[in-house]
Design a protein around this ligand. Structure first.
Ligand SMILES: Cc1cc2nc3c(=O)[nH]c(=O)nc-3n(C[C@H](O)[C@H](O)[C@H](O)COP(=O)(O)OP(=O)(O)OC[C@H]3O[C@@H](n4cnc5c(N)ncnc54)[C@H](O)[C@@H]3O)c2cc1C
Length: 397
């Protein structure tokens, strides 16, 4: 069978499966619902997608669902976007951040211990940011003190996505205070059910509570749950951040492309379809979204061929965040009064629901999460293009 035939067969398979398995009318049923209802829906959808191998096409060969070529991954993401299936927001840290870090940097024992748990629905969160350490991540203060074969953790994290539901945490903590800040960081896998962990959800302007603060009070982590050596945490964290900045966005760019009709529909509804200025804006957004998918795909190809360079993931992240903002801003501008007020949040949706004020507010997520736009620009300028570094009082993620 030729490659084209194989892809078209896969497309038919995925499309058929999605047609009978995508939760029906989920946007309606997930609008304004309680988090617990949302959690149950996510668990069921996760189980289904994982069983079929469609949640892990980005995992390497030899792992469940993994080893897919660039073209196959594109097909799967395109079809999921076309079917407008819910996003696995409760699980993306597990499937991308945790899995990619374990596969690239974990020991065989750690992979065997934790990857099956991810496929069985264990939820991971990322504990990097602190109240005074976001962009300047290297200044973080949560302490990991070595006592025999354990680390004792004390401190606080903030903005941990889905932290209140997490079973485990990718923790970046300070094991040494001497020397350059980056060199004193250690990367640990922490059990969120361990004694001394407490979690407080953060309520957002949209009515959602996607994030949590996490407090650690003498929490014990076994030395076997350290990724890499003591003091290597900064380098390991770059692997986690690259999966967040680049890989996740391959799927989200496709979803944005398939949501383009929302913009066209909004123009129609408002009787603005023949407005030439708006037609021009629409054309620009369409071109940018297509370019965004191409940039994300190119990044995926680099991952598959192991040719990824410093800053490649930052380009995807920055371009996606800016394109998304243009997309939803145009929707908000065209929607008249409807675009000016906020109704309810749709849980499990991406940033393009057609509830334009909600989408506009949510679009800021991607300009901040995983390092702000300004930080991505710094990385691209300084580390890729070799431009002069910014003045010393700033440090960057
Ligand atoms: C949707 C979302 C999900 C997130 N999920 C997680 C998660 O799961 N786990 C986690 O650990 N964190 C998470 N975060 C936190 C995120 O990583 C931080 O918010 C981000 O790194 C920015 O840090 P900060 O909020 O402390 O802002 P600050 O670092 O205080 O930045 C404030 C402003 O100053 C600008 N700035 C800062 N330094 C510079 C500089 N050197 N040059 C130019 N401008 C600069 C920034 O761009 C920003 O506009 C999430 C955030 C969001 C929005």
């Amino acid at each position: 069978m030729t490659t084209d035939n194989k892809q078209s067969e896969l497309r038919q398979q995925v499309r058929k499966w999605l047609a009978s398995n995508t939760p029906k009318a989920w946007r309606e049923t997930m609008t304004g619902v309680d988090q617990q209802v949302f959690v149950a829906a996510q668990q069921a959808w996760f189980k289904n997608l994982v069983a079929e191998g469609y949640a892990t096409p980005h995992w390497p060969a030899g792992y469940h669902g993994g080893g897919r070529s660039l073209a196959e991954q594109q097909v799967i993401y395109e079809e999921i976007a076309r079917a407008d299936a819910p996003r696995l927001i409760m699980y993306f840290v597990s499937l991308y951040h945790a899995a990619c870090t374990l596969i690239e940097c974990g020991t065989k024992e750690q992979q065997e211990k934790y990857l099956p748990g991810i496929l069985n629905g264990e939820i991971w969160c990322q504990g990097f940011s602190e109240p005074n350490a976001g962009s300047d991540l290297a200044s973080l203060k949560t302490k990991a003190e070595r006592r025999g074969d354990k680390y004792i953790i004390n401190g606080q994290k903030i903005w941990s996505t889905m932290g209140q539901y997490a079973d485990r945490c990718l923790l970046l903590a300070r094991s040494d205070n001497t020397g350059v800040p980056q060199a004193g960081l250690t990367y640990l896998l922490l059990d969120m059910k361990a004694k001394g962990v407490s979690v407080r959800p953060i309520h957002q302007i949209t009515g959602d509570d996607e994030f949590a603060e996490i407090f650690f009070d003498d929490v014990e982590v076994d030395i076997a749950d350290r990724v890499g050596e003591e003091g290597q945490g900064w380098a390991i964290a770059q692997t986690t951040l690259a999966s967040e900045r680049g890989l996740t966005l391959v799927e989200l760019s496709q979803r944005m492309r398939h949501k383009m009709p929302l913009l066209v529909e909004t123009l129609k509804q408002q009787g603005l379809s023949s407005n030439q200025a708006l037609q021009k804006d629409l054309a620009k957004v369409i071109a940018k979204v297509d370019a965004c998918c191409a940039v994300a795909d190119q990044y995926l190809l680099k991952r598959i061929t192991h040719t990824e360079g410093v800053g490649d993931a930052s380009i995807v992240k920055l371009f996606y965040a800016r394109t998304l903002r243009d997309f939803v801003s145009l929707g908000r501008d065209c929607a008249g009064l409807d675009g000016q007020y906020f109704t309810d949040c749709v849980r499990g949706a991406t940033q393009e629901t057609g509830l334009w004020m909600l989408d506009f507010m949510n679009s800021y997520n991607w300009s901040i999460a995983g390092g702000s736009d300004e930080i991505q620009r710094n990385i691209i300028a300084e580390r890729m293009l070799g431009m002069p570094r910014e003045p010393k009082q700033w440090t960057t993620k």
